[in-house]
Design a protein around this ligand. Structure first.
Ligand SMILES: *[C@@H]1O[C@H](CO)[C@@H](O)[C@H](O)[C@H]1NC(C)=O
Ligand SMILES: *[C@@H]1O[C@H](CO)[C@@H](O)[C@H](O)[C@H]1NC(C)=O
Length: 366
């Protein structure tokens, strides 16, 4: 009997959950969004009808207790049956209307890979206190990243890659203490990295490649002890590579290629135990390559090509545990190429266009 009572109570609660309709305010905001967008191929928005936007509206999820909209998750390229069935990636045009900000319980806003959503991010987006994921990758968004983005204190994922954003990275970004994944790559951002960038202590990936960012790497970066992937490649960064990067305990990939970094390469970086991919190609780095490799050195890829390195190739490189891909071409190196691994299996292309390197795989030394 007692069991039955429980059973019926559960049924009642469950029944109540599935029919809790979304408030009309949330529904109105979604309909405004729908009317601002044009999605001609999949017909996603044909599911956005009826009074209950918590039921079967494609990509919309609600809080089961009060029916408030918490997730909008629309991906133009995914394994979702509706996309697979269409046999083509999605295409959507339109502008994100500011009415979206009425959804003030929103936790996820994903409008990814629709190619043609344009216009600015409405500034009011920074007033959505529960937003954890903002993913607008792969569209034609333009204008600046909202200056007050730092108000999104719960934001964990900010992905604005592959758009046409301009202006500076807002300094307020360093206030987002929960930020774990930042991807701003392939935009038209300019100006420096905020000097307090290193305050983002939860950040594990920072992908800022393919912009027009400039200035030095802020020294504060070494405080980021969860950062595993840092990609600053294909920008206009300059100055010395900070020695303190060597203190970043979990950094495993570091892409600094195609910038204007100068000065010498800090030995501390080459000695980092976890760093497995380092690309410094196409900078203006000079001095010698520090002779600090050893049994703990493990690089799947080490690309130092197209710089101004002088002196010899360090003998200690041949003592590294593993160096997969090594590229030293287009520098001013001289002397005999060391023998042993990895040198015995590399091709000449890794060593060409230096001042006077010799020995296998180049021609013998005199
Ligand atoms: C992208 O949207 C614009 C209007 O914003 C339209 O003129 C253009 O044809 C669209 N491009 C594609 C590939 O549909
Ligand atoms: C390093 O960066 C350069 C320039 O962006 C690129 O051409 C090269 O392929 C990269 N090296 C590796 C090993 O990925």
């Amino acid at each position: 009997m007692k069991f039955l009572v429980h059973f019926y109570t559960l049924l009642l609660i469950n029944g109540a959950l599935s029919v809790t309709p979304c408030p009309s305010q949330d529904r109105a905001a979604l309909l405004k969004f729908k009317s601002a967008m044009n999605e001609p191929y999949l017909g996603l928005f044909s599911t956005w009808t009826g009074s209950n936007c918590c039921q079967n509206w494609y990509g919309v999820s609600c809080d089961p207790m009060d029916g408030r909209v918490v997730d909008i998750n629309l991906r133009g390229e995914s394994e979702d049956p509706i996309i697979v069935k269409a046999g083509r990636p999605g295409l959507m045009a339109g502008k994100l209307p500011s009415e979206i900000c009425a959804l003030n319980r929103l936790s996820t806003l994903v409008l990814a890979d629709w190619k043609n959503i344009s216009g600015e991010i409405p500034a009011c987006i920074t007033s959505l206190p529960f937003l954890r994921t903002l993913d607008l990758v792969g569209n034609r968004f333009s204008g600046e990243i909202p200056a007050e983005i730092g108000r999104l204190s719960r934001l964990a994922v900010l992905n604005l890659a592959d758009n046409q954003f301009t202006g500076h990275i807002p300094t307020s970004i360093v206030q987002i203490q929960s930020l774990m994944h930042l991807d701003l790559s392939n935009n038209k951002l300019s100006g420096p990295l905020p000097s307090d960038f290193g305050w983002l202590r939860m950040l594990s990936r920072a992908l800022l490649n393919r912009n027009q960012l400039s200035g030095p790497i802020p020294a504060s970066i070494s405080r980021m002890n969860r950062l595993a992937d840092l990609d600053l490649s294909r920008n206009q960064f300059s100055g010395q590579i900070p020695t303190s990067i060597g203190q970043m305990s979990v950094l495993s990939t570091l892409y600094l290629d195609m910038n204007h970094f100068s000065g010498s390469i800090p030995a501390t970086i080459l000695k980092m135990p976890g760093l497995s991919i380092l690309n410094l190609s196409r900078n203006e780095i000079n001095g010698e390559i520090p002779d600090v490799f050893g049994e703990r050195s493990y690089f799947t890829s080490l690309d130092l090509s197209w710089n101004n390195f002088r002196g010899k190739i360090p003998q200690s490189m041949a003592r590294a545990l593993f160096i997969g891909h090594l590229d030293l071409c287009h520098n001013h190196l001289c002397g005999q190429i060391p023998k042993g691994s990895p040198f015995d299996r590399l091709e000449a292309a890794s060593f060409v266009s230096n001042d006077c390197l010799c020995g296998l795989p180049l021609k013998a030394c005199n």
